[in-house]
Design a protein around this ligand. Sequence first.
Ligand SMILES: *Cc1c(COP(=O)(O)O)cnc(C)c1O
Length: 353
Amino acid sequence: MLWEKNVRKVVPYVPGEQPNKENMVKLNTNECPYPPAPAVEKALKEMAYDDFRLYPAPGADDLVASLADYYHRKPSEIFVGVGSDDVISLAFLTFFNSDKPILFPDITYSFYEVWAGVYGISFEKQPLDENFRIRPEDYEKENGGIIFPNPNAPTGILEDLDFIESILKKNKDSVVMVDEAYIDFGGKSAVELIDKYDNLLVIQTFSKSRAMAGMRIGFAIGNEKLIGYLNDVKFSINSYTMNRPSLILGVKSVEDAGYFEECTRKIIRTREWMKEELKRLGFEFPDSMTNFIFATHPSYAAKELYEYLREKNIFVRYFNLPRIDNYLRISVGTDEEAQILMKALEEKIGGRV
Ligand SMILES: *Cc1c(COP(=O)(O)O)cnc(C)c1O
């Protein structure tokens, strides 16, 4: 099989499993436990076959316009793609072309390393400190670009805008991407910094806070020059990344700001309750500003708890990776799901702490 030597060989990203069991409590991939906005459901029911028959608008203009309106930006400052995974992947291809390594944390969204691999981009992982915090001074060396999530995943730790600016100030010659997949759960977005820093690309998604992971919608906001370069690459690969139904339903979701804000408020309320309960059971965790909690227990191995919960049809995420292999990442569900989880944990742990 000589052809094999010319194959691009990569180590792919492994997404969380998508079990489909009756009565399962699914807290393993940070999806929203609530339905999308009512207007989304209504538009879905009214969808016409032309929305399947015809090509979509190549520039996704309506969705771009509604996002521009919501975030008070110009449409030329917004790029949409098939989930933020698609947006970040294209951004790697577009902006990370230096011979110097790109920088990202050692504990972070593990897809960054995979994209660097598939595109042949050299990288240097920067270790988080012992409290799982990003050390800004690690990002002062020469680099070919920087990416980190804020809040970081899977730690859940949020940094403020002064912190983001401290990194931007030292890196005016490379593109800095802030992956804000979880920013809607109580954080402050760096979007307001794009007027000040033309090398800042902020990336967000409809998957976590807008209950639309299945529709695959993500977007980037940045200086119009950055967005122009992203569009050039996109139109060199696939003009029609976004399908018509996603574009239509995405607009409906953005238009219902009230519903969106109510949903995130509910998730934050449940998260805070889960923090108290987990603490009561002896868990320790960094203070999360996301829709998940990254928790460890001094007397029970995370892997054991993961397997115990699985038996009970409760799915959480366990990463068998250096430094974090004694942690569980638990998504925030509905109040009812959170209660089922706590009851199961209480049965295992209660009394022995
Ligand atoms: C979930 C997630 C994404 C990707 O989300 P999409 O569903 O592709 O929009 C990107 N970055 C981080 C940190 C995430 O947790």
